[in-house]
Design a binder for this molecule. Structure first.
Ligand code: NIG
Ligand code: FE
Length: 407
């Protein structure tokens, strides 16, 4: 199977031999794909090969398919009631302490049948593809019992085989202490270590392990203990850290050489320096700060100055960030994190790929890489954040196949 995308007005991509924030820019080129791999980028006047499928991209812009490196897409009921409570002045933490938040999603998740949740997740996957996302990291974390965490991870793994979006599964059993362990947090941590992790590893249901390390959830010591135990089973570490208070999660992520530390709104200067030195990738989620109605955003410029390679994600989940639109996150990152389009493009493609250890395969438009591509109806890269809140996608290509086409 071959695909030719002709007359691309603008092609922007990071590349393996460039530095973060540097882009390769091409005009009036043609991209030829065979068997899911980018074979060649042709100049305007070169003779072109025949192809099974030809797309005319006149006036359009081609980018690498977006990679969303932090999502929670496997949930049952939505929580718009909590959104209105926040509009009326209640905080995310107050709602969680009153029994809402993650634990309410857990109660509902446990009641639902696997097939029902799977059907909803399948719909959400379609939306990601529509917005130009070709790979996501997908967390469990609304089951919080052995059977229900496995239910979530099975859904991710089964849907991975059924449809084109690639999902990298992350075990987030340490998302909260479930109701039945509120008086016995040690018991829950032991359950994760002694029962969930061995089973999940044996069945190869997850690639990463994540912990919500935060005041009132898991302490730094508990988080370290869980993540180090997971590493013994080959699950690399990601961590929700320093979102609501400067708690030391970033420093610990650097100490244990986690792949990423995510959120980091309240990260300390020490945490920034430690992460830069250890090469831990900050995954920033400005849509969450926006959706929680807060004014202080993660110090992205400080991280970039310190030498961190910043990734950006939606944090798609039913509580703190109900969006799947990375193009909207692009605008929020520009306005609130003061990131430039050339940095944001890295943050949602090659750096996001690096955070998933997939940078040799995806994240840039280079000959020999997998053909995960996004054709947008924008005249230049600056326009993407500027004309905001809409979907600019014309065509999404995954492994050389058209998986979404905007009518
Ligand atoms: O990344 N912080 C923890 N987890 C999610 C929120 C999940 C929820 O509220 O359901 C987050 O923001
Ligand atoms: Fe999250």
């Amino acid at each position: 199977m071959s695909l030719l995308i002709q007359n691309i007005s603008n092609l922007y991509t990071p590349a393996t031999d460039l530095k973060y924030g540097q882009l390769r820019t091409m005009h009036k080129v043609h991209v030829f794909v065979q068997d899911g791999i980018i074979q060649r980028i042709f100049a305007e006047d070169e003779a072109l090969p025949e192809a099974d499928t030809v797309i005319d991209a006149q006036g359009k812009t081609l980018l690498p398919g977006f990679i969303d490196a932090h999502t929670h897409p496997v949930f049952w009921k939505t929580r718009e009631d909590e959104f209105i409570m926040r509009v009326q002045g209640k905080s995310y933490e107050e709602i969680a302490q009153a029994g809402g938040g993650i634990r309410s999603s857990v109660r509902r998740f446990r009641e639902a049948k696997k097939e029902e949740i799977k059907a909803l997740t399948r719909k959400r996957i379609k939306t990601f593809l529509e917005f130009g996302v070709t790979t996501i990291e997908a967390k469990s974390g609304y089951g919080l019992s052995t059977a229900d965490e496995i239910k979530a991870l099975e859904i991710i793994n089964e849907l991975n085989d059924e449809q084109p979006l690639d999902m990298i599964p992350t075990f987030l059993g340490a998302h909260e202490i479930p109701d039945e362990f509120q008086q016995d947090r040690r018991g829950y941590i032991d359950l994760i270590k002694n029962e969930m992790l061995p089973l999940i590893a044996e069945r190869k249901l997850a690639r990463y392990c994540d912990v919500f390390c935060e005041q009132g959830v898991f302490t730094v010591d508990e988080s370290r203990e869980i993540l180090l135990e997971a590493k013994k089973y080959g699950l690399d570490a990601r961590i929700h850290a320093d979102e609501l208070s400067p708690f030391g999660g970033a420093e610990m992520a650097a100490e244990i050489k986690a792949c990423t530390a995510d959120h980091l709104v309240e990260i300390s200067d020490q945490g920034i320096n430690d992460m830069a030195a250890a090469g831990v990738i900050p995954v920033l989620l400005p849509g969450t700060t926006f959706f929680l109605g807060k004014d202080d955003y993660a110090p992205a410029r400080k991280m970039l100055t310190a030498g961190c390679e910043v990734a950006l994600s939606t944090d798609f989940n039913p509580g703190s960030s109900a969006t799947q639109n990375l193009q909207l996150i692009w605008t929020i990152a520009a306005l609130k994190l003061k990131m430039l389009p050339k940095e944001i493009l890295w943050a949602v493609t090659l750096t996001a790929a690096r955070s998933l250890q997939l940078e040799t395969k995806i994240g840039s438009i280079e000959e020999g890489k997998q053909a995960d591509l996004l054709l947008l109806d924008i005249p230049n890269l600056n326009y993407l954040a500027y004309h905001y809140g809409i979907n600019h996608t014309v065509i999404t290509v995954k492994k050389g196949e058209i998986v979404f086409r905007n009518a």
